[in-house]
Design a protein around this ligand. Structure first.
Ligand code: MG
Length: 397
């Protein structure tokens, strides 16, 4: 190549780190990368424990590095990739460091729960584009992350379908002219059940989401509507709206992914099929839209699109989310830790579905409140709330 000539292939390609490449969002991100090989490359792949799938992905996508979270799987992963040039590492610190690698432009944070926090902070400090799929990061540390985003030249693009919709509704608008976010919720598998029926629902019932195919944690959170509470907190920080200006509307067809109302009374909505690859692709390609080989939405297939108010008595976790963000400080972090314990116990059939909100309430009441928080406070709060949750859960087992 002549001096001064730009190697477009190198410079134009977006090098992507997928933290959590073997999960639902991770595999769908790889679908988008494989459909756009000229502009997107998988540069780093990480997984918590599914080393077999991680090895397969590494052979197919030839990343620079792969990291397995649980160190006991390192020997197997190394052996599976011994005939490749892929660097193989293990451990939570290695995952957090991978998010800041100079070779990486975009970090897709698709890890589950609290584990996304430190890698996201590293990616911000390394001034990456972050395709945020880990909503718990903003639930736990929205205030801290917002402060960091003012300090570093990083950007967060939402992958959550609702937040991608809000982001699109706000394109070409100013924040001052937007008055309200209307966050849509499918209502989950238990929308039509009454309180009594909720007493006896099983894990299998809760995992049967009517519209979306997602990981287990977020599917349980959808069934309890905690997911919508988390998304309200996520929207509060991503778009700088007060919780009172975020309205939740149940929309069982999951076609309108969310809306924004403006000061003149006009409402913009974003519609599409319920397919996570659409918001993932926007976050990877932005400001461009990547062409999709999949069929679009055929509106005539839908007899009606309906909207109704959520039932806060049936889904108390939604109410607790509003309470936690209104209190602020470390309370959303406590909410998240308690909910992680509750979901894990429910998934392992140790507690009933209706005990999840009771446990979260107990932990919110029992964990010391801190109003002005820094990252260290949040790390300590998370550990303390998890400990209290393990203690409080005994009465529900
Ligand atoms: Mg969502």
């Amino acid at each position: 190549m002549a001096a001064g000539e730009i190697n477009n292939e190198y410079h134009m390609k977006r090098n992507i780190a997928i933290l959590g490449s073997t999960g639902s969002i991770g595999t769908q991100t790889l679908d988008i990368i494989s459909e756009n090989p000229d502009i997107l490359a998988a540069t780093v792949l990480t997984a918590r424990r599914n080393w077999q799938l991680l090895a397969e992905q590494a052979k197919r996508f030839s990343p620079v590095k792969v990291v397995i979270g649980e160190e006991e799987y390192l020997p197997m992963l190394r052996d599976a990739l011994k005939d490749t040039n892929v660097t193989v590492e293990a451990g939570a610190d290695a995952i957090a460091e991978a998010a800041a690698m100079p070779e990486v432009d975009t970090v897709v944070t698709a890890m589950v729960g609290y584990s996304g926090l430190i890698p996201t902070i590293n990616a911000i400090k390394a001034e990456k584009r972050i395709a945020l799929a880990n909503k718990e990061t903003l639930v736990v540390a929205g205030e801290v992350i917002t402060r960091l985003l003012k300090e570093y030249r990083a950007e967060i693009l939402p992958v959550d379908s609702e937040h991608s919709a809000i982001f699109q509704c706000l394109m070409g608008e100013t924040r001052a002219q937007a008055s309200k976010i209307i966050l849509t919720a499918s209502g989950g598998p238990f929308r039509t059940k009454n309180l009594g029926e909720l007493e006896n629902v099983t894990v299998a019932d809760a995992l049967r989401h009517p519209n979306w195919s997602m990981g287990a944690k977020v599917t349980i959170d959808s069934a309890s509507m905690m997911n919508k509470g988390f998304e309200m907190i996520e929207a509060r920080w991503l778009f700088d709206f007060q919780p009172k200006d975020i309205e939740i509307v149940v929309h069982p067809q999951s076609i309108v992914h969310s809306m924004v109302e403006f000061v003149d009374g006009s409402i913009k909505a974003q519609l599409g099929t319920p397919d996570m690859r659409i918001p993932i692709s926007l976050a990877l390609g932005y400001p461009d839209r990547l062409p999709s080989p999949r069929a679009g939405l055929t509106l005539s297939q839908y007899a009606s699109l309906t909207f109704e108010a959520p039932d806060y008595d049936k889904f108390p976790l939604l109410k607790l989310a509003f309470e936690a963000i209104e209190e602020g400080g470390n309370m959303p972090c406590i909410l998240n830790a308690a909910n992680e314990t509750a979901v894990d116990a429910f998934l392992h059939e140790k507690i009933r579905f209706v005990y999840m909100p009771r446990l979260v309430r107990d932990v919110m009441d029992a964990t010391p409140f801190i109003r002005d928080v820094n990252l260290e406070d949040l790390v300590a709060t998370n550990a303390e709330a998890l400990r209290i949750a393990e203690e409080k859960i005994k009465k529900y087992l």
